[in-house]
Design a protein. Structure first.
Ligand SMILES: NC(=O)C1=CN([C@@H]2O[C@H](COP(=O)(O)OP(=O)(O)OC[C@H]3O[C@@H](n4cnc5c(N)ncnc54)[C@H](OP(=O)(O)O)[C@@H]3O)[C@@H](O)[C@H]2O)C=CC1
Ligand SMILES: O=C(OP(=O)(O)O)[C@H](O)COP(=O)(O)O
Length: 337
């Protein structure tokens, strides 16, 4: 069994911990936090061992009546692989610790690409991460773009990508984020960081991205234009996407008009935390004009990278190939709306 440490138990970390626990070939050694709060309490209630990420603050857990298994160094030492899901920039600070204990590490999209050996998306470049020591699972938006582009590149070739990303201002629990009543060009400079980030997955891709932030918490929304290398009928693209387990084509009959109903659907379907691990592509939006393809997709920022982290664990340890890992992850998590 692969022994997995989770350092950073927030939006991404707690979801990765739950997903790892579902895997037949993995166990969660424990999770690390800097302080006691509701997430620390639920981690213990779920049976995860809790480790102190900052030793000097370990007493705070005892004062809150929460049992600590040890310092984060013990967790990293014991594990075969660590998933670092700490806030942006903290992963870079933790890298030396992972190297000291010779534990391969996965970082998240908030870290710089040059921190790692490989930036990762399971559908696009799984093999690049095999036996790598430091791998970055790209951000929610980059994951969403890569999942669509990988099959398009394979089937038709891609000449140029133009994407406008309407980004949620913050996650539902991030009460300090905004905007509350505005629409921000963000980043105002063009291209946004997303295009170069997608190029860490496909180094020969021509892509321009523009970003905005809006007063929403549920999901991001992408407006995508891909110039293909050949003329393709929209129905062919729909068929291509229908074969991809991590692309959900929203059928017209469902009458889902936005992120709100998507989340409602996920909750009705019994998804944990209402998570939507798949890209949500409005089937009616898939259109072609000559070689240009257009579509809208919703991206659930809190959860689409979760199965990617599970696959990255197998990749760095050489525990499965892409097809096998993706199939296991999809089956155990229930991916495929
Ligand atoms: N949320 C999102 O939409 C997405 C985020 N990402 C990326 O994932 C990473 C994590 O983001 P997210 O989960 O949203 O962040 P959160 O803030 O929700 O969670 C991070 C957690 O790490 C804990 N933490 C802080 N400092 C340390 C430390 N030194 N050691 C261990 N734990 C620490 C914090 O909890 P506490 O201090 O209480 O222990 C916090 O809850 C970032 O790189 C982000 O860019 C990627 C895709 C989507
Ligand atoms: O990596 C993300 O978004 P991004 O790809 O738009 O930078 C996550 O949704 C986190 O975004 P945040 O930096 O706005 O919290």
């Amino acid at each position: 069994m692969i022994q997995v440490a989770i350092n950073g138990y927030g939006t991404i970390g707690k979801r990765v911990a739950d997903a790892v626990r579902e895997q037949p070939d993995m166990e969660v050694v424990g999770v690390a936090k800097t302080r006691p709060n509701f997430e620390a309490e639920t981690a213990l209630e779920k049976g995860f061992s809790l480790y102190a990420a900052i030793e000097e603050r370990a007493d705070q857990f005892a004062e809150a009546g929460l049992e600590i298994a040890g310092p984060v160094e013990d967790l990293v030492d014991e594990a075969d692989v660590v998933v670092d899901a700490t806030p942006s920039g903290i992963g870079a600070e933790n890298k030396a610790m992972y190297e000291e204990y010779d534990t391969p590490a996965l970082y998240q999209g908030g870290e710089d690409a040059d921190l790692v050996d490989v930036s990762f998306n399971a559908r696009s470049n799984f093999e690049d991460a095999v036996d790598a020591d430091h791998v970055r699972v790209v951000s929610c938006n980059t994951t969403g773009l890569s999942r669509v582009l990988a099959p398009l590149r394979e089937a038709y070739g891609v000449e140029k990508v133009r994407a406008t990303l309407v980004r949620r201002g913050g996650d539902p629990g991030q009460t300090s984020r905004g905007p509350i009543n505005d629409i921000l060009p963000n980043p105002v400079t063009i291209p946004s960081h997303h295009g170069p980030d997608v190029e860490t997955i496909f180094d020969d891709l021509d892509i321009d991205t523009l970003g905005m932030k809006v007063p929403a918490t549920l999901m991001h929304m992408h407006s995508l234009n891909v110039t293909l290398s050949e003329e393709v009928d929209a129905s062919e693209v729909r068929d291509l996407f229908a074969d991809e387990s991590r692309l959900f084509l929203i059928p017209e009959r469902m009458d889902i008009d936005g992120s709100g109903k998507l989340k409602e659907y996920a909750m009705d379907a019994g998804r944990p935390r209402g998570d939507i691990w798949e890209n949500c592509i409005w089937e009616e939006s898939i259109s072609t004009v000559g070689t240009d393809l257009y579509l809208f997709q919703g991206i659930h920022q809190e959860s689409d990278v979760v199965p990617e982290n599970v696959d990255a664990i197998r990749a760095v340890l050489g525990a499965a190939d892409a097809e096998e890992s993706i199939a296991t992850t999809d089956e155990t998590m229930g991916i495929g709306l």
